[in-house]
Design a binder for this molecule. Sequence first.
Ligand SMILES: O=C(CO)COP(=O)(O)O
Length: 249
Amino acid sequence: MSRRKIVAGNWKQNGSKVFLENFMSAIKEVEDVDVVISPPFPYLEKASALSAKLGTVSVSAQNASLYSDGAFTGEVSVEMLKEVGVEFVIVGHSERRELFGESDLVVADKVSKVLASGLTPILCVGETLEQREADETIAVCSRQISSVLDVVGVDTFENVVVAYEPVWAIGTGKSATSKEAQEVHAAIRALLSDSLVGLGDKVSVLYGGSVKANNAIELFSQEDIDGALVGGASLKIEEFNEIIKAAGI
Ligand SMILES: O=C(CO)COP(=O)(O)O
């Protein structure tokens, strides 16, 4: 893959069928910006069908199982996701890491599973407030990315989308400044290029954490920010359209 502008909306555990229909018909396409929406599992098939009809967005799942099939109550496999038209899978969101105990190794294995199925993982990395205050931001993000590189290999990583989401900025209304975000994005690209020459220029690196219509232009103006993984504001259609528009500028 090559670096793309991507605006992805992570609905988390929100939405309904009616909301999905209204949302899909209201999305405004912008040239050179890939729009991805990530509703909860029950809405994915309908989202894919609408997306095939309207051709405006791609569909992402918010998680996937490590396993293809078997006795794993409550889990959904990448094969099932693929069958209903899903193209992306968010992996390692901080809520999964923190609330559901997903370790770096589990996240790496999930990324590997998603890649093997031909879907595109959106790998989330980011530090907590405590880690930022201890000056560990780059070390934490590097560790989270390196554990994936170790499992999937440098050659495959170009098919991964990375989302830098500082945990302290998620759902708090307190976005990282464009300078803070740019610094980490540049460090992520440097790490990737240190692993394989040119890799940093091939991978799309999105920022996530309180992205709104009023800070999107500033964030997207940074050299190493390719787009956003949006939470709360992706549930407000007008605002989400504004963010998509900002990515196209
Ligand atoms: O977690 C996020 C996207 O995955 C960001 O959420 P908010 O945009 O609500 O801060």
